[in-house]
Design a protein around this ligand. Structure first.
Ligand SMILES: Nc1ncnc2c1ncn2[C@@H]1O[C@H](COP(=O)(O)OP(=O)(O)OP(=O)(O)O)[C@@H](O)[C@H]1O
Ligand SMILES: [Mg+2]
Length: 290
């Protein structure tokens, strides 16, 4: 930013006490001096009124007119609202970026309103309204809309201002291998660990149900799950496999961690994936035999 632009962006606050000092979120301190950004029309008046109320109350306390600890009907500080609005905006932007960049499928329209009864919309809504179990497991066959449902639920959590993060198991584990992605493995792990709500998509995908997973998979998935246990952070897991099949692959330790505090929803219905291959292989209509 050029010095002229900076001048326009940050105007020095006058020392005159009658001049209004804006709340901290719209100002900043540089080298011990308070600077403020130009305020939106009306914001200064509102703040001036509030400041006058505080001055008046302080004076009354000092003159012994009211006890300092008397209940004051204080409005919620505007800084809190501003921070929450900012968190909502940032996390919705993160959600939008994730669905736009998600490699397998288009989930930009995934909202709770787009879901139907077969996809367990009522159960998912109930979970979002009172998530006593912090983990939601969405099971079901291929193409039924598990990932779509998961992104719709994650969107609601992002709209609440929660920090959201979505990974699919295969790519997550690949990214934890040296050179597996553009990011350093500890950064990938950190992004998932620090999110308030994580989607772990396609749990168990591409695995052989008769073959136990490797020690590396066990360690990483175990640590992802352990990290969320006993916290109030959310986890949404989608899988084509049922608990027994997952147990056979991942072992009881992982499944017990996944099942603790978990609500399960079975996503039913038809395969909703749009056709990408011609219905008749080779593009020719099937010819009747005989
Ligand atoms: N309610 C819905 N409204 C509109 N599109 C939907 C809906 N549910 C699913 N879809 C679309 O159907 C396709 C398949 O859904 P999705 O990828 O969520 O299935 P899935 O159960 O996760 O499949 P898989 O087991 O292969 O991962 C996607 O393109 C998704 O956007
Ligand atoms: Mg899926």
């Amino acid at each position: 930013m050029s010095p002229e632009q900076q001048e326009r962006e940050y105007l020095p606050v006058h020392r005159d006490p009658s001049e209004v000092i804006l709340p901290p979120l719209v100002g900043t301190i540089i080298d011990g001096r308070a600077f403020r950004r130009p305020a939106a029309p009306g914001a200064r008046d509102e703040f001036a009124v509030r400041l006058a109320e505080i001055y008046e109350r302080t004076a009354r306390i000092m003159h012994g007119e009211v006890a300092p600890l008397e209940t004051v009907e204080a409005p919620v500080p505007s800084a809190h609202d501003e921070i929450m609005a900012l968190r909502r905006r940032i996390n919705m932007d993160v959600w939008r970026r994730m669905v736009t960049e998600w490699p397998n499928g288009d989930y930009r329209d995934a909202t709770m309103d787009s879901l139907d009864d077969e996809q367990g919309v009522r159960e998912v809504r109930a979970w979002l309204a009172a998530p006593t179990a912090r983990t939601l497991v969405l099971g079901g066959d291929v193409g039924r809309g598990k990932t779509h449902t998961a992104f719709a639920a994650l969107r609601v959590l992002a709209e609440r201002g929660l920090r959201v993060c979505a990974v699919d198991e295969t790519r997550y584990l690949a990214a934890l291998q040296p050179g597996g992605s553009d990011l350093l493995p500890y950064k990938v792990r950190e992004a998932v660990e620090q999110a308030d709500a994580v989607l772990l998509d396609d749990f168990g995908a591409g695995r052989d149900v008769n073959k136990p997973v490797t020690e590396f998979v066990c360690k990483e998935i175990g640590s992802l799950l352990s990290n969320r246990l006993g916290t109030d952070r959310f986890l949404i897991v989608t899988s084509n496999y049922d608990p027994e099949q997952l147990g056979a692959m991942y072992g009881p330790r992982i499944i017990s961690r996944l099942a603790q505090q978990a609500a399960g929803v079975y996503v039913k219905g038809i395969d909703r994936r749009p056709y990408v291959l011609p219905k008749t292989w080779g593009g020719r209509p099937a010819t009747a035999v005989g």
